[in-house]
Design a protein around this ligand. Sequence first.
Ligand SMILES: *Cc1c(COP(=O)(O)O)cnc(C)c1O
Length: 397
Amino acid sequence: MQVPPFSLDQQLSDIGHQLETAASKVLRSGHYIGGKEVDDFEKSFAASVCVPYAIGCNSGTDALILALRALDIGPGDEVLTPSFSFFATAEAISNVGAKPVFIDIDPKNFLINTGLIEKAITSATKAILPVHLFGCPVDMDVIVSIAKKNRLKIIEDCAQAAGSYWRGKPVGGIGDIGCFSFFPTKNLGAAGDGGAVTTHDPEIAQRVREIAVHGMPRRYFHTNLGYNSRLDALQAAILSVKLPMLSDWVKKRQAIALRYQKLLKGIPGLEMPGDSINDQDLCGHSWNQFVVKIKGNNLSKKLDREEIFDHQENNLSDSTYRDWLKEELSKNGVNTIIYYPIPIHLQPIYQEIGYKDCKLPFTEKVSHQVLSLPIFPELTLDKQDYVVNQIRNLLLV
Ligand SMILES: *Cc1c(COP(=O)(O)O)cnc(C)c1O
């Protein structure tokens, strides 16, 4: 049996016709940029996040850049954010000329450690950019109270968290700005790149709109240096078909996550995300990824395995076990992914531009332990059982 980490096959056989109809309607209309398809999607997406404004753009990365630019964040400014995220989070901050200041994570839920944020605030700090990583909502009560007290803006990176809630509120509508990605593997995926910015603030919405289209409040009149970052009518039409299905897909992801938690319970050396995330957070978790930690020290039974000993001495690191498990699973058809093997501050470019002294112990530690198991709404019970059994066979001697 083969189990991919993510697959659209079943979704395409379920709704492929609807997607084709929507796409061909746009194709035949001849209106590819802007127009009703984009307006309609923006309206429904805004409603789904419980905000008055959503602005479509080219990608989640652009959503972050537009958000930062709309808040006038640039050279000389600092933005507090985690290093354990997809590279684009920090890249966007650096690309607008500001400085990402990395906050370590809470190793239990992989999210920015809100207890470390206030210590990192300086006179240059302009914003907090929390990431709802893997679909798990950050404690926005704490973020909002720190931001209020210190007059900071909040930009939520919701790229992996469409359909996630914090205490009953959709993420992306809690801070000043929410940034979403419609990359095909995200919870709400386009047939290509796409993204959106969400906000309650009409002025921010207007600024994002202008900056996304060449800083042009009206035709051929430019008050800013912006970008060409629009959501295509074709993508908007496809997303409009999928948006009403999002909450159902999230429910399916939650059911799969719950099932992994039950079936993988009690395996020494394997720590599940649910072990440490409280119920409050769990019910708002959209499970874009199901990420387990493989802890080498607890896998002492594996010490005599030759494939590990071949190239290692006695001091086996977590990543040795994690990488061994990943490799063995893939030999048996179970394909997993490591999100993320190298934290952002340790990436060559950040080492080069001044982060050599940046030490984030938990971020660095979990990057050696994490492994994402296959999860997508259409994953069948059979396939999930197969994944579970392969893991049990390998880890339980
Ligand atoms: C995917 C992702 C992005 C970037 O989104 P793109 O649409 O690929 O540009 C930003 N942040 C996080 C956390 C992501 O997972």
